[in-house]
Design a protein around this ligand. Structure first.
Ligand code: GLV
Ligand code: MG
Length: 327
């Protein structure tokens, strides 16, 4: 281990993160009854400029009146380059009461962006005497944000999670995309002609691999949760499943749901399966036995396991326990 200890962000379930436009009060009420781990009430891109003020009023009312149960509740404010952001923070933090857990900052480009929001949030929190400190979720969705992702992740003790905002990221990097968060058939490789001739295979690649892997490293190195963002085709459950699985494999903690139908998918795909938990428990038992016998590594079902396997297994078992406790 390094002498630098990475402090983890407060433990929260974050398998699914439901996006809800702040301009639609009925949708906010329905979101509160959903199975989403985290709900973010949007003031940014799902809300038209003329509706921003009403959306703020809806969110303040919702935070004071709606029972969100055990969910984590977040508000996505507007970007720092807009004339809305300061008022989003002031109104929501001043009037929203204690129920709000997180502020989501979109299009973060530099660590100074986080610092600026931190300063404003701190002032309003202190002025109203909030007892619970708000955490930050940051969307990495521009080339600038990705270039500065390590500094952004480390910019404030409020930071809890990094989110890959694939739609804006594609626009910012001028990536050629077909659907939000989906693959592009042009991104692939053609195999060589097999010896003796025959057909060549074309394999689609994941054009988002670098971005997600990069974000996961920055997040985990700073104790934050990495999350995969939206998948646009709400009728395509199979497509969602594939994209969520590959994000989970790379280390993401969860994925956005931009439609209620995606919540259950995310909750399932980001929960360890019974077989995975059983295997992790077997590893822990085998390692406990190995340590009693003074051995650092053993084989289990023909595979080598060592101290690193314990950590992976512990993370998995802890996650399963957290999910079970949340009911
Ligand atoms: C989310 O905000 C995105 O741009 O994908
Ligand atoms: Mg965006």
């Amino acid at each position: 281990m390094s002498f630098t200890i990475v402090e983890p962000a407060p433990a929260r379930m974050n398998r699914s993160e439901l996006a809800v436009p702040g301009s639609n009060y009925r949708f906010i009420e329905k979101a509160a009854e959903s199975a989403a781990d985290v709900v973010f009430l949007d003031l940014e891109d799902a809300v038209a400029p003329d509706d921003k003020a009403q959306a703020r009023r809806n969110i303040v009312k919702a935070l004071n009146e709606i029972d969100f149960g055990r969910k984590t509740v977040s508000v996505r404010i507007n970007g720092l380059d807009t004339p809305y952001m300061y008022r989003d923070v002031i109104d929501v933090v001043e009037q929203g009461g204690e129920r709000l857990d997180l502020i989501m900052i979109p299009k973060v480009g530099t660590a100074a962006d986080v610092y600026a929001v931190d300063m404003l949030v701190t002032q309003v929190e202190d002025a109203v005497g909030r007892s619970k400190r708000l955490g930050f979720e940051m969307i990495i969705e521009t080339a600038l944000g990705m270039a500065n992702v390590d500094e952004i992740a480390a910019a404030s003790p409020r930071n809890e999670s990094l989110h890959f905002g694939v739609a804006d990221y594609a626009a910012s990097t001028r990536a050629r995309t077909t659907a939000i968060g989906g693959p592009n058939p042009l991104y692939g490789v053609l195999t060589d002609t097999p010896e003796g001739g025959g057909a060549r295979d074309y394999h689609w690649g994941d054009m988002w691999h670098y971005a997600i892997a990069r974000l996961v490293v920055a997040a985990r190195a700073n104790g934050l949760r990495p999350l995969d963002g939206p998948f646009g085709d709400i009728r395509d459950a199979e497509g969602y499943r594939a994209q969520a699985n590959r994000a989970a494999v790379l280390g993401c903690e969860g994925k956005w749901a931009i439609h209620p139908s995606q919540i259950e998918l995310a909750n399932t795909l980001f929960s360890p399966s019974e077989a995975e938990v059983a295997q992790a428990e077997k590893i822990l038992a085998a390692m406990e036995q190995a340590q009693k016998e003074g051995r650092g590594a053993v084989t289990l079902d023909g595979r080598l396991i060592d101290i690193a396997s314990i950590k992976q297994a512990e993370v998995l078992v802890h996650k399963a326990r957290q999910i079970a406790e949340a009911g």
